[in-house]
Write a protein that binds this ligand. Structure first.
Ligand code: UD1
Length: 351
């Protein structure tokens, strides 16, 4: 069996790591196609190096662009990669433009398509990720769902016989890295208690009012905040004349994955608009405040470990809240999802 993984953006490299290792353990031939959506060392190569992922077999080097141009460039280049490798399955991950391009190319070439992290919904059609994941789930031959809630979303859209609950592969990689870095000393430019923040979504970065309010709220927090700045955040802040280096904020470049996990483990809290980081904070039992009006990871909110900020002007007050109740709930699986993904791909291989 030959499986071709399509990845391109930072969160996909994290999900690819446990899958690549499980494929190797099972002796499955695995081809990795990197679309080139993310290309900075800190956004791409560092994940391959730090997580022991084999170098991509193909890099489509599409780079940045508007959604249509970026997705279109990937789609054009993807056909060639699929023709060359003729996989038994194309495996796409999550909800980025790289996911959608891999999906369209595979479906049009009649290659069986599996979607990892299927069934997540924000129900916010302004988000490019929501279009990408809905379209991918409806095109896929196999929807690999991370949670029971995701299975329910798929069922509500009539996708039942193509859906399998496998658990969340981000739990696999997080637990492995957590154990590896637990004894690593903290190497951060702050003393004492601190928080970790990330911001990259267009809804937060692309309006001067929204971004200005979020940055002022972070700056006003009594505890230092390490702001791990995505390239888009830096570019937009510079464009709007908003300094990231103010008040209690210490801006930094994005961290490699193990250092990020270590930084979150040692922190008093996380403030983010990232999908993955909300869940990583929960799995490490660090309180999270999410600068979005909805989340795909509703379990983190229900269990009291995540709070959504509907008005950015209340961010500092939302962050400064009592500690959540301890919980041993495990909605994101047991850390062995990747091995199940490979088993299911073997079982369901269309003949
Ligand atoms: C993408 C995903 C998002 C995911 C995020 C993780 C889509 C629609 N969105 O958003 O779901 O949460 O990745 O980071 O696919 N840039 C660089 N260097 C890079 C990559 C990007 O400078 O290596 C800058 C460019 O100015 C680019 C901007 O960041 O235009 C946005 O990058 P893009 O890949 O379009 O989307 P993300 O915001 O990273």
């Amino acid at each position: 069996m030959k499986i071709l993984s399509v990845v391109g953006a930072r969160p996909q490299f994290v999900k690819l790591a446990p899958i690549a290792h499980a494929m190797a353990d099972a002796g499955v031939e695995h081809v990795i196609v990197h679309t080139g959506q993310h290309y900075d060392h800190a956004m791409s190569d560092s994940f391959f190096e730090e997580l022991g992922i084999p170098a991509p077999d193909e890099n489509l080097t599409v780079g940045s662009g508007t959604h249509g141009r970026q997705t279109g460039a990937m789609l054009a280049a993807m056909d060639e990669a699929l023709e060359k490798h003729q996989p038994d399955w194309v495996l796409v991950y999550g909800d980025t433009n790289s996911t959608l391009a891999g999906t369209l190319s595979a479906v049009k070439m009649h290659i069986p398509l599996a979607h990892l992290e299927a069934g997540l919904r924000s129900f916010n059609r302004r988000m490019p990720e929501e279009h990408n994941r809905v379209l991918t789930d409806h095109a896929a031959d196999l929807c690999l769902a991370p949670t029971q809630v995701a299975m329910e979303h798929l069922a509500a859209e009539g996708i039942t016989d193509r859906a399998v609950l496998v658990g969340d592969v981000m739990t696999d990689v997080l637990y492995q890295v957590r154990d590896r870095v637990a004894s690593m000393p903290l190497d951060l430019p702050v003393e004492g208690a601190y928080r970790v923040a990330t911001l990259h979504r267009a809804d937060n970065t692309d309006s001067p009012e929204q971004l200005g309010t979020i940055i002022s709220e972070l700056a006003a927090l009594p505890t230092p905040t390490l702001l791990l700045a995505h390239p888009r955040l830096r570019a937009k802040a510079a464009e709007f004349g908003i300094s990231l280096d103010q008040g209690s904020i210490t801006p930094m470049d994005p961290l490699p994955y193990p250092q990020l996990v270590r930084a979150v483990m040692g922190s008093a809290g996380v403030i983010t608009d990232s999908g993955g980081l909300q869940k990583e904070a929960f799995l490490l039992r660090v309180p999270c405040t999410t600068v979005r009006t909805e989340t795909e990871w509703v379990e983190t909110v229900r269990l009291g470990w995540n709070r959504l900020v509907t008005d950015p002007a209340t961010l500092a007050a939302d962050v400064d809240r009592p500690a959540p109740e301890p919980t041993d709930a495990a909605p994101y699986g047991d850390g062995h999802a990747a091995a199940r993904v490979v088993e299911v791909l073997q079982e369901k291989l269309p003949r």
